[in-house]
Design a protein around this ligand. Sequence first.
Ligand code: PLP
Length: 386
Amino acid sequence: MIYLDNNSTTPLHPKVKEIIKDTLDYYFNPSSVYTDGRVVREKINDVRKEIAAFLNCKPNEIIFTSCGSESNNTILKGVVNHYLKDGSKNKLHIITSSIEHPSVINTLKYIESESIEVTYLNVDKNGMINIEELRKSIKKETILISIMFANNEIGTIEPIEDISKIALENNILFHTDAVQAIGKVDIDLQKIKVDYLSLSGHKIYAPKGVGVIFKREGSIPICPLINGGHQENGERAGTENIIGIIALGEAFRMLKLEMKEEIEKVRELRDLLENEIIKNIPDVKINGHPTMRLAGTLNVSFKKIEGESILLKLDLNGIAVSTGSACSSGSLDPSPVIMALGVPPEIAHSSIRFSLGRENTEEEILKTVEILKESVEFLRAISPIK
Ligand code: PLP
């Protein structure tokens, strides 16, 4: 199999696999006061320190969750609930972008009401938000800006540092969904003044079932999404996913050692894929920013054919990629992210996302282009759209 769907999820890092095997017997409850419970608690706190060192923040600013979606939900609903409870404002306003992950967009749509207004900023043809438009959309009721660090479908990296300055100047909280950016872009939380940030383990070679919230010390408290015990300082109840958390710590330890080299390797392979596609297949359109783009992401529209047909053809040949459309949920609507770039629906429908990771090789890329060329030629020959 040639796996080119790393933005969807990643295989476990071999070192992460090893540590999971060594951790299987740590069944003790970290809230237990006897020695073994305390040992497990210590291991969780070591991971907190590992992640804090990676992000250049404090260990007590790290909260473990079950996934990136939970982190996003907790932050967005938690900030809103804080203001609703404290009653200091009768109208709340949140600013986000039109290309956020569904765990942000759908959470905001869920909480949107007469008293909670949400502005969805447009993006330009490369998927970048407009800083001036952001400035203009600020109101006296604005409590929160939530803009993703990097987009999952097209890889565009948003101007997070500039946004954080605007948020700070206007005394507005700033959240960034960094699920796709982590491990692919340097993130130094002393330089980037975000209040909240979301992460997910399974995008960085750790297992599914573990995520992280960074919550800056001194930022307003967020009401927990999950109430219960005192775990995670009362901010996220539930007995901790010990194996997942320890595995996540190992994934971060490996990122620290390998990230730079990996980004370069993945960028070279992505550029090779992009150049070979452009050279060998006519009528293609690259979606996403030409330079401010995640190193491993390539989104291409193959005009006159549907992305799903290409995906299935590649799948028959053992190549895993994805389309941005919601076909898996039973709808054949084109990807809202590609549509937000101002691309016509028929071109948005023809998009494929290739997302590369640490295990890909040059041979795999060249094989993919060969199969892709044959598949596109075949599908265009039988396509009713000429
Ligand atoms: N945010 C972004 C940008 C993502 O790409 C994803 C997953 O694809 C998520 C959030 C959700 O993460 P999880 O799958 O851990 O819930």
